[in-house]
Design a protein around this ligand. Structure first.
Ligand SMILES: NC(=O)c1ccc[n+]([C@@H]2O[C@H](COP(=O)([O-])OP(=O)(O)OC[C@H]3O[C@@H](n4cnc5c(N)ncnc54)[C@H](OP(=O)(O)O)[C@@H]3O)[C@@H](O)[C@H]2O)c1
Length: 326
């Protein structure tokens, strides 16, 4: 079988998921890892080249696609353009408001250098974006809703950890069940942020820290918590390690609307992910296959999941898809 040679750039949670996902896809193979910490990463990654991210790639190393696994805030805006000038790339850039400008940057670089780059893949943005577009296309004049959770929000966890007296924190986003049920009943309500989601934060406090002051510092934090009802629960370091070490996430995309003669419709797509990074990684690997195929066709430039024919993501032939999946 023809193998697609894949490299990973940046070695964190999503990268470890990519490493595992590549083993489940018979047509893909990991051939290199780029990182800023090659000595550290070599202790864990055996059998493939581990290169410093700025090191030139040895000539004998043939790479079809590089999966960029750096953080969206600081890594991807820098690493994306650098890698797209040399390789086909896939990333999971998830700063929603900056996707249009990041797309433009990546599109012009990839076109200039004859590469394909698939940006903002994963589940949200990614699959959920696709579901929102389908809901909107199939139910014109309908309403779209996205509920997230129950899941760990890494950004909100990091923010809670910055409060004085907090030794560790894990923040969960929870959908409000009553709101979800109203949408499912076809009521098409308008919601505030507070009406759709709440937050639950588990905190390990430093010895002697004032719990009430920590609680207030979290629940009143602008942008992160003040627009939601937030519960803060104090736990021990051991409870944190035992019950909150995983990164689950997920959510629901719903579209409700009426068709011509007033018949009501409800579309719902749900993801329930025991590991957000591992699932994100498995989507990135499918996108690497699509990037490889698009490049082979002579296509160049930036794409999102909205631009990719679903069959290009699949390991199966178009004939098999028509026969077994239609
Ligand atoms: N679209 C979606 O649905 C979706 C879902 C989930 C996540 N994401 C995106 O995926 C991005 C990556 O998430 P992640 O959880 O993999 O982030 P992460 O674990 O923090 O890794 C990000 C980068 O930090 C560096 N790093 C990792 N562990 C380190 C350590 N112990 N010490 C020093 N540096 C370390 C790595 O770069 P080096 O190896 O070069 O040091 C890595 O590439 C997120 O920013 C998010 O935007 C998207």
């Amino acid at each position: 079988m023809e193998k697609i040679n894949i490299a990973i750039a940046g070695y964190g949670n999503v990268s470890r998921g990519v490493e595992a996902a590549l083993k489940l896809n018979a047509d893909t193979e990991l051939v290199a890892v780029f990182t800023r910490r090659p000595d550290q990463v070599r202790k864990r990654v055996k059998d493939v080249a581990v290169l410093h991210i700025e090191e030139p790639v040895p000539e004998e190393l043939h790479l079809d696609v590089v999966i960029l696994c750096g953080g969206s805030k600081e890594d991807i805006p820098v690493q994306g353009p650098q890698f797209a000038a040399r390789f086909n790339t896939v990333d999971s850039f998830d700063t929603h408001a900056s996707i249009p400008s990041y797309f433009q940057t990546m599109d012009s670089i990839a076109k200039e250098h004859g590469q394909v780059t698939i940006i903002s893949a994963g589940w949200d943005p990614g699959i959920f974006s696709l579901m929102r577009v389908l809901g909107d296309a199939f139910l014109p004049h309908g309403k779209q809703y996205t509920f997230w959770g129950r899941g760990v929000s890494q950004g909100h966890s990091d923010a809670a950890r910055k409060v004085t007296g907090v030794s560790d924190a894990r923040a969960y986003t929870l959908p409000i069940e009553a709101a979800l049920q109203r949408v499912r009943r076809g009521e098409a309500p308008d919601f505030s942020k507070r009406a759709m989601h709440k937050r639950l934060v588990y905190v390990v406090a430093e010895n002697g820290a004032d719990h009430e002051r920590i609680r207030k510092g979290i629940v009143t934090m602008p942008h992160y918590y003040d627009e939601y009802d937030t519960e803060v629960v104090f736990i021990s370091k051991e409870e944190m390690a035992e019950h909150h070490s995983k990164l689950p996430h997920g959510g629901f995309v719903l579209a409700s609307g009426e068709t011509g003669t007033g018949n009501k419709h409800m579309l719902e797509y749900r993801c329930q992910l025991e590991s957000n990074p591992e699932f994100t990684a498995t989507v990135l690997v499918a996108c690497a296959r699509a990037a490889y195929r698009l490049h082979k066709e002579g296509r160049t430039g930036a794409f999102t999941l909205l631009d990719i024919p679903p069959g290009y993501l699949s390991p199966h032939s178009a004939e098999t898809l028509r026969k077994d999946f239609m």
